[in-house]
Ligand binder design. Sequence first.
Ligand SMILES: NC(=O)c1ccc[n+]([C@@H]2O[C@H](COP(=O)([O-])OP(=O)(O)OC[C@H]3O[C@@H](n4cnc5c(N)ncnc54)[C@H](OP(=O)(O)O)[C@@H]3O)[C@@H](O)[C@H]2O)c1
Length: 360
Amino acid sequence: MSSLATFDAFAVGKAIHDESNFQWCVTRQPAGELSPDDFEWRERPIPEPGPGEVLLKTHYLGLAPVMRMYMQGTGAAGEAVLRPGDVIHGRGVAQIIRSRHPDWREGEMVQGQIGWQTYKVSAMTAAEKMFRVPKQGLPALYACKTLGMTGLSAHAGLFACGEPRRGDKFVLSGAAGGVGSIVSQLAANVAGCEVIGIAGGAEKCSIILEQGCSAAIDYKSDVLAQRLAELCPQGIDCYFDNVGGQTLSTVLENLALRARIVLCGSISEYTLEQPFALSNYTRLRNKDARMQGFFVYNHIARWESVMDELASWILEGKLIPKNDVTRGFERMPKALARMYAGLNRGAAICDVRGEPESWS
Ligand SMILES: NC(=O)c1ccc[n+]([C@@H]2O[C@H](COP(=O)([O-])OP(=O)(O)OC[C@H]3O[C@@H](n4cnc5c(N)ncnc54)[C@H](OP(=O)(O)O)[C@@H]3O)[C@@H](O)[C@H]2O)c1
């Protein structure tokens, strides 16, 4: 049985209902490919909110590569380190169904750190980074990713770090994914760059040509160095890196003067025991180039202005949210494994209960 098929078998017989809180917990540190044995399904009573707390009912949960690192107990990325038995961290969209908190009302939709569970009692602490989902005529689903941390990551990496200029040769890896599908559209439709996307496989390469990219490179079958030299004969002005490793190293060999490299993620290294040893970073020197990392939580102060801007671009048609939706909370582990298998097209989301009937 393929490893993803084992997740299908694992989901059989598991289903949520509204009389209990269902949770996914980590059982051990994953090694190599994710396996069902890394996850435990739990049913618990729905918790009661105390004074100053609210009860949240989960509608959508986002999936992110960093969740495997949470499970490993390494790279907690701003969240508490997980131990076996803990509910896995994850941001999502939920409705407040009871409130004993003076600042939050029943019926409001919020997005924030909910964890892999179908209900949560929350004191709405700063650490949970909870935000109201405004009613803008857009589905609550969008708040899970495009109008959430994924959108903020794309925006911060692109504009605050990449400083794109009209006509730039702009290359990005992970172009068909959650962050990538936003960055490619904004780089092309807002910043006016010529966008070259790198993705795995012919199907993804044809998808990215419809979301901002004017050329696509299939890193699984093309010779990356050769294609970059053909497409960027004067060098790359801006590179948005989602994968790290050999792809980053190859890009460093073809930079234009004053090139900017944005270090967003390095998924090709997340399952390695030792990180990739980048040895050619000195290529930055003779091109007056720079390489800059960013962490999305360091950009939270700009949340409202960035969300307003992203929403306006959606309404103007410059940004079309691309979501890869897995239906059913019982399929969360598989949805995470699919990301590492490169199967998600767009932002990976688990639809736990769909859209709310109404929200205030
Ligand atoms: N800096 C920050 O604050 C921040 C915030 C959010 C996300 N991130 C990072 O941004 C990146 C994208 O995140 P996302 O949530 O949008 O994920 P995503 O791109 O939607 O999904 C992950 C994708 O990575 C690719 N991939 C998987 N294994 C790979 C490998 N060994 N080599 C190359 N590519 C591989 C797959 O696409 P292919 O089929 O094309 O290989 C897969 O679909 C991740 O590295 C993530 O950690 C950083």
